[in-house]
Every structure is written in structure tokens, then in C-alpha cells.
Design a protein around this ligand. Structure first.
Ligand code: BGC
Length: 442
């Protein structure tokens, strides 16, 4: 076996990603809390509850875990409903709490990547139409400005909105997330307002903090035709790819929102990103299906021999990571992998998932594509939205009842990677021997 190390660029950010509603606990004043109370919304009938109990201070021990295992960055989000519980009121105590958390990151030498919206809306926003209301862009910008003024001393790397494409797909085109509209017209309205809100927030952040770096985090889940020789499969694969994966990024580059058969000029949004935040988990095969009109007639599946996660939600498909980075590299902007991870309670799949995906990131960096950092999803098991507590993405296992954390073997693997700023054949031999030959052939 060849003895070698894949080295990453100097200054690479190594961290994990988390989000307010999934980690803090007791976020009672947002649309998700209300949604969780409704029957059959969450597949295992659970609620976010105390989540990882961060709001009561357990962020401290979890940030310690991140720092002690050699991470040098952390991605978290601010909960809009906490800092602006009603349109007229700012909760200064909540804002202080976030200041304290960001200071906590600074004290541990973890560079913060701060998300300003991760799926949840304050109830007052949701009750007035949420992302469908054209005023939401102004509301969001007011909130963002307040947060940047309050936190700019501690953070300069911002993600305005997490996965607007997933949000539209699950909350407006279907009913997996609130408000569950199931409507094409609602999806078009929400998309337009999300793009506008991002651009307006981008400008507000830069006026308050000229050195800020601001982007979106888009989830890219590439689609390949199930039968490449079948023209309809090829057609729906490219349609779905363009509309579900690329639409937001293209809009911010071109200043045009292009839906099939309909386009809207939004010149004010052009050029409003300093980096591309990419969340990559898996890749789909798609075939033409009349039963999936809202997904652009694309029915998704995985290959028969796919290396699947616990719930079959994710296939370990690392070359999809390379495909996404290749697509992203055409925009000539720095790239941050803002999420990548797998649900796997017994940790048998996670080590090879992490290594194989990072191997592709390393390949991309060797093409001089500007990949600046990687955030594993997630630090400690957390509340997984409509999938409740059925999915375990954490490096650390969490029992939400007792709040006990237990280290999975991947903790040590990731700690070694972060320390080395690279992946060595020796690490692979110890943590995922089954892929050693593939990664380090003789
Ligand atoms: C989201 C996370 C979520 C993860 C795993 C991403 O789409 O940003 O909030 O928990 O996927 O499902």
C-alpha cells in the first residue's frame, strides 16, 4: 500500500454545522414549534423539545468538544423569533446570549460562520404569509441589520438564508415543512421573495461591515438520468437539476429568475454573493414520471447497489461532491462546503462517508478550485425537522431525554483530519480499511 497524505490548502476551515431550532431547545415562538404540535407532521411523533439544550448553556460543553477535537471553525444560526418576538420588540437578553455564544467561539479559536435564517420563521412573520408576503424582504433586512450591528465584533462570515431551494420545495411546493402549501404559485412567490430578501440583506450587511463575506447556503443534490439512453429521463434530469438545484445561484449571478416558461428580471440581486455555500449530501437518479409534476416530472431513486444510510435517506455517493464542486467552480467565487453528513447511528458508514467525500474535496482543491472550508453536519445529534429524532447525523450521539453525549469513533477520525489538515493512508487504514486500496492504490 502507498503511504501518503492528501494535504488541504493552508488556512482551510474545519468545523461542524448546527442550527438554532435543531440545537437550542424550547424555540416556542416560531412556525416549527407550532407545526410539531400538529398530529402526523413529524414521522416519529416527536418534538424538538429541549433539543441539545443549548439555550440553557450546553453550547459551552459542545463548543469545548469541537475545540478539543481540533476544529477551527463552527457554523451556527440565529433564531429570528427569539431576537424579534414581535415586530415592535427586540429581546436584548436573547441578543446578549448570542453575543456570549460568539464570544465563546472566539475564546476557543473557532471561526464563526453565522446563518441568519435556517428554515424557521417567527410566528408573526408566518401569520402574515411568511415568504409569500412581498414585505418579508424588508422585515428580514431589518432583523439582519440589527444582528450584524450587535454581532459584527465577533463575526464577519455570514450565510443569509439556509437552503432556500429546499425550503421552497418542502414548505411551498409540498407539505413536509410549514406552511405546507403544495402550490406552484406559492412556490414562485416564495422563491422571488427569498432571492430579494437575500440581496437586500447582503447590501445591508456590507453597509454595516464592509469587510463582511456574505453568501447563501444552497443544497445541491445532482440528478442523473436513470436510463441515460432514454431522452425523457435526460430531459427531466436536466430540468429538475436546473430548477431545484441551480435556480438561486443563477439568479444571483445573472439578475434573472428563470422558471420554466416564465422569467423575471431582478437586476438588483445581481452580484450579491461573496462566496458559494454548498450543502451536499447525496445524488439522485431520476426517471420521467407523470406522477411527479411538482418535481418537474422527475421521480428520484438510488442505484440498486447504493451504500445507504440508516433510513435510506442518503446514498454514499462521493463523486457527486466532485460534480457539484466542478459546477460551482465556474462562478469563480470562493466555495464553502457548509454541510455534508450522513445519518448513521452505529457509525459504521460515517468514517468512509467522511473520508470519501473529503477525498473529492481534496481533488477539487488540486484543480485550484477555491474551496475554503468544510463543515460536517453535525456536531451532536439534533432534531431533524419532519424526520424528528429518527436520523442521527452527529459526530457525538445524544440521548435527548437525559442529555447524555457519547463519542462516536468518527469524532477521533475527524479530529485527526483537522489536526493534520489532511487525510493520511494511515488514518484510512485505521478508520475505514475497506476503502484503503481504492484511495491509496499500490
Ligand atoms: C439541513 C439541516 C438538516 C440536514 C439533514 C439539511 O438539508 O440544512 O437542517 O438537518 O439537511 O437532514
Amino acid at each position: 500500500m502507498a503511504q501518503a497524505t492528501f494535504h488541504f490548502p493552508r488556512g482551510f476551515l474545519w468545523g461542524t454545522a448546527t442550527s438554532s431550532h435543531q440545537n437550542e431547545g424550547n424555540n416556542q415562538n416560531n412556525n416549527w414549534w407550532r407545526w410539531e404540535q400538529q398530529p402526523a407532521r413529524i414521522i416519529d411523533d416527536t418534538e424538538s423539545g429541549l433539543a441539545c439544550d443549548w439555550w440553557n448553556g450546553r453550547w459551552r460543553e459542545d463548543f469545548d468538544r469541537a475545540a478539543e477535537t481540533n476544529q477551527n471553525a463552527h457554523r451556527l444560526s440565529i433564531e429570528w423569533s427569539r431576537v424579534q418576538p414581535t415586530p415592535e420588540r427586540w429581546d436584548e437578553n436573547a441578543i446578549d446570549r448570542y453575543r456570549e455564544m460568539l464570544r465563546g467561539l472566539q475564546d476557543r479559536e473557532l471561526t464563526p460562520l453565522v446563518t441568519l435564517h435556517h428554515f424557521t420563521n417567527p410566528r408573526w412573520v408566518e401569520d402574515q404569509g411568511g415568504w409569500e408576503n412581498p414585505e418579508v424582504s424588508a422585515w428580514f433586512t431589518t432583523y439582519v441589520s440589527k444582528m450584524v450591528e450587535a454581532l459584527r465584533e465577533y463575526a464577519s462570515l455570514w450565510i443569509t438564508i439556509n437552503e432556500p431551494n429546499v425550503l421552497v420545495g418542502l414548505a411551498y411546493a409540498s407539505d413536509a415543512f410549514p406552511p405546507g402549501k403544495h402550490s406552484l404559485a406559492s412556490s414562485v412567490r416564495a422563491t422571488t421573495n427569498l432571492v430579494r430578501a437575500h440581496a437586500s440583506a447582503y447590501k445591508a450587511i456590507h453597509s454595516l461591515q464592509p469587510q463582511a463575506r456574505v453568501g447563501l447556503a444552497v443544497q445541491i443534490r445532482p440528478m442523473l438520468p436513470r436510463s441515460p439512453r432514454w431522452p425523457l429521463d435526460r430531459l427531466v434530469a436536466s430540468l429538475a437539476d436546473r430548477n431545484l438545484n441551480h435556480l438561486f445561484t443563477e439568479a444571483l449571478v445573472s439578475g434573472k429568475l428563470r422558471f420554466p416558461g416564465w422569467r423575471k428580471r431582478l437586476p438588483e440581486v445581481k452580484g450579491t454573493q461573496d462566496f458559494l455555500g454548498i450543502n451536499y449530501y447525496t445524488r439522485d437518479l431520476v426517471n420521467f414520471s407523470l406522477w411527479h409534476p411538482m418535481q418537474f416530472f422527475a421521480r428520484r431513486s438510488f442505484a440498486r447497489d447504493a451504500d445507504l444510510s440508516d433510513t435510506g435517506f442518503i446514498a454514499n455517493d462521493p463523486s457527486g461532491m466532485f460534480q457539484v464542486l466542478k459546477w460551482a467552480s465556474r462562478y469563480k467565487l470562493p466555495i464553502i462546503i457548509a454541510e455534508n453528513g450522513v445519518d448513521n447511528a452505529d457509525d459504521r458508514l460515517r468514517p468512509r462517508y467522511i473520508i470519501e467525500h473529503l477525498h473529492q474535496v481534496w481533488r477539487a482543491a488540486n484543480f485550484n478550485w477555491q474551496v475554503k472550508g468544510y463543515f460536517y453536519w453535525t456536531l451532536v445529534d439534533n432534531f431533524s425537522w419532519n424526520r424528528g429524532w429518527t436520523q442521527r447525523y452527529g459526530l457525538w450521539e445524544l440521548d435527548p431525554q437525559t442529555q447524555t453525549r457519547r463519542r462516536r469513533p468518527s469524532v477521533d477520525l475527524y479530529a485527526e483530519i483537522c489536526q493534520e489538515n489532511g487525510i493520511s493512508s494511515d488514518m484510512v487504514a485505521r478508520y475505514a480499511p475497506e476503502i484503503l486500496e481504492k484511495l491509496f492504490p499500490d
